[in-house]
Write a protein that binds this ligand. Structure first.
Ligand code: C2E
Ligand code: CA
Ligand code: CA
Ligand code: CA
Length: 281
């Protein structure tokens, strides 16, 4: 801001960075309780690599902002975390997803587990376990139909507290997905220590992007090794961000069981997802 003399500051100078202005406005909007009505959950199918049947879904939040249009989670979740309001948003997401999944089951659609993304800080709060289980009870949803995704970096940052929460969730019957695996560069021996604790490993999109029949052997080999190691540890493997048939073919040859990506479907609103689920693929 430019100083105009006395105590006056000119805020809307043409030189003001539009991005920081947007960030400032979004942060203040996030504090309004009305914002919850502008959120919507989209669902992206997880499909069996061999049969293309839908075997699960991931819930991804969208913010339909009246002025800024669609604001993506990478943009506003860090702001919500800074403001300390992420637990409220997490609760809203979990409630919406449990309620929706129960409604689909009652409508006779195939029952599938749906995973929700949980932000790093939430894993430091033990109340999170009861918060989630209370919502399962309230919506009469079997815990087997809710999964939690935790990014590898969160696990690396704060092990003891996070592991206590993961163990608590697991004891309640909620399955754990390790998200963005490979990005955090955790050692393979570190992954070994999670045997029996993590149900599913999600290979980060950056590895899938590199897959090709003509790529240098190394990049394909890393993905192949991650799949083999995960399966050796009894974990299910999901390849994220699968966009081409070539990637799918390579993943199938590596015995990767589950894939997720634009090749099958982008994340879609609840009604559109219900249509996919009815068709089974
Ligand atoms: P993520 O959990 O790794 O989610 C995968 C992201 O990749 C999603 O972006 C999804 O739309 C996108 N994606 C899926 N398949 C493809 C593909 O084939 N190609 C490409 N280019 N992209 C694909 P999105 O929805 O924008 O979410 C970005 C990140 O924001 C998520 O990464 C997650 O970390 C966070 N996020 C999204 N929803 C939530 C939420 O409800 N709660 C929390 N705490 N974080 C969320
Ligand atoms: Ca995720
Ligand atoms: Ca991911
Ligand atoms: Ca990510």
């Amino acid at each position: 801001a430019k100083e105009l003399g006395q105590n006056k500051y000119q805020v809307h100078t043409p030189t003001m960075d539009i991005e920081s202005y947007k960030t400032f406005k979004l942060s203040s909007d996030l504090r309004s309780p009305l914002t919850l009505n502008q959120f919507e959950i989209y669902y992206q199918p997880k499909v069996c690599a061999a049969t293309h049947q839908i075997t699960g879904a991931e819930a991804l939040i969208r913010w339909h902002h009246p002025k800024w249009g669609n604001v993506f989670p990478d943009e506003f979740i860090p702001l919500a975390e800074e403001l300390g309001i992420m637990s409220q948003i997490d609760q809203w997401i979990c409630q919406t997803v449990c309620n929706q999944n129960k409604a689909w089951q009652e409508a006779g659609l195939p029952a599938i587990p749906i995973s929700i993304n949980i932000s790093a800080k939430r894993f430091l709060e033990t109340e999170m376990i009861t918060d989630i289980t209370d919502l399962l009870v309230k919506n009469r949803l079997d815990p087997g139909y809710l999964e939690v995704e935790i990014v590898e970096s969160t696990l690396l940052e704060n092990n003891t507290a996070v592991i206590a929460v993961l163990d608590g969730l697991r004891k309640k019957g909620i399955k754990i997905n390790l998200d963005d695996f490979g990005k955090g560069y955790s050692s393979l021996s570190y992954l070994m220590s999670f045997k029996g604790k993590i149900n599913t490993l999600k290979i980060d999109k950056s590895f899938i992007d590199d897959l090709s029949h003509t790529a240098d052997e190394n990049s394909n080999f890393i993905t192949k090794s991650i799949i083999e190691l995960a399966q050796y540890l009894g974990m299910n493997v999901v390849a994220e961000g699968v966009e081409t048939l070539e990637q799918l073919e390579i993943l199938k040859s590596y015995k990767c069981n589950t894939v997720q990506g634009y090749l099958f479907s982008k994340p879609v609103p609840a009604d559109a997802f219900a249509e996919l689920l009815k068709k089974g693929k």
